[in-house]
Design a protein around this ligand. Structure first.
Ligand code: C5P
Length: 227
């Protein structure tokens, strides 16, 4: 079988990463969660207080980008890579609500995108990669052999996110989660640099009603047709 590049894009909490991870495991491919990278950069900037409620210091953010090093480390037990920020495992912390609330602002900065896109292209240069995000099929790998665009209703997505956070024991309010999903959808699809949009050649999946198994089978079939 030849190795291909699989790009999975879509709005937040559409179940992209679940499908992407499983696909990577099945095919023996590398999985890259690009959202985790934007989240890690955001966390770094929040710790430096360049990003906080009422403060957004774009200049300082750009100036500090060279001090950030990111890598994924595979966790055998969980079966996927954990995000490391300057050699610290931040996989848990980057999922916190506060990070979710700031990440779309930080991701809109062109210098941030340029740095992360270059790293993502490097990670996928040998193909055999499943990458999920917002601009994978449009910007990072416009030549990907398979592009999937995932959608689901806002309510469904907020519910999924809420269950996920609750399951981890986080104290969250459904309305707050719903609002965050809406805000990020809006910011991610209206920003100037690499807005979220479906690539012309991407295959759309609405998984509002489809179950995971069904979805996975369909995607796997699309892969098999291409390898
Ligand atoms: O995928 P996830 O929801 O974790 O992504 C968090 C945020 O990171 C998104 O809302 C978006 O602002 C940003 N992002 C991006 N481009 C990507 C992946 C994520 O701008 N390729």
């Amino acid at each position: 079988d030849k190795k291909i590049t699989i790009a999975i894009d879509g709005f937040s909490s559409t179940g992209k990463s679940t499908v992407a991870r499983r696909l990577a495991r099945e095919l023996g491919y590398v999985y890259v969660d690009t959202g985790a990278m934007y989240r890690a950069v955001t966390l770094y900037m929040m710790r430096k207080v360049f990003v906080s409620e009422g403060n957004f210091d774009k200049e300082a953010i750009v100036r500090h980008l060279p001090f950030i090093s990111l890598h994924f480390e595979f966790d055998e037990e969980l079966g996927y890579g954990h995000m490391y920020l300057n050699d610290e495992n931040v996989e848990e912390e980057i999922r916190y609500m506060e990070v979710s609330q700031n990440v779309s602002k930080v991701s809109a900065i062109p210098e941030v995108r340029k740095m992360l896109v270059e790293q993502q292209q490097e990670m996928g240069k040998n193909k055999g990669v499943v990458m999920d995000g917002r601009d994978i099929g449009t910007v990072v790998f416009p030549d990907a052999e398979l592009k999937i665009f995932m959608t689901a209703s806002t309510e469904k997505r907020a519910q999924r996110r809420y269950d996920e956070l609750k399951g981890r024991g986080d104290e969250v309010d459904f309305q707050e989660v719903l609002q965050n999903v809406k805000d990020r959808d809006y910011m991610d699809s209206t920003r100037e640099d690499s807005p979220l949009r479906k690539a012309d050649d991407a295959i759309e999946f609405d998984n509002s009603s489809m179950d995971l198994e069904e979805q996975f089978k369909k995607v796997l079939k699309l892969v098999k047709d291409r390898i």
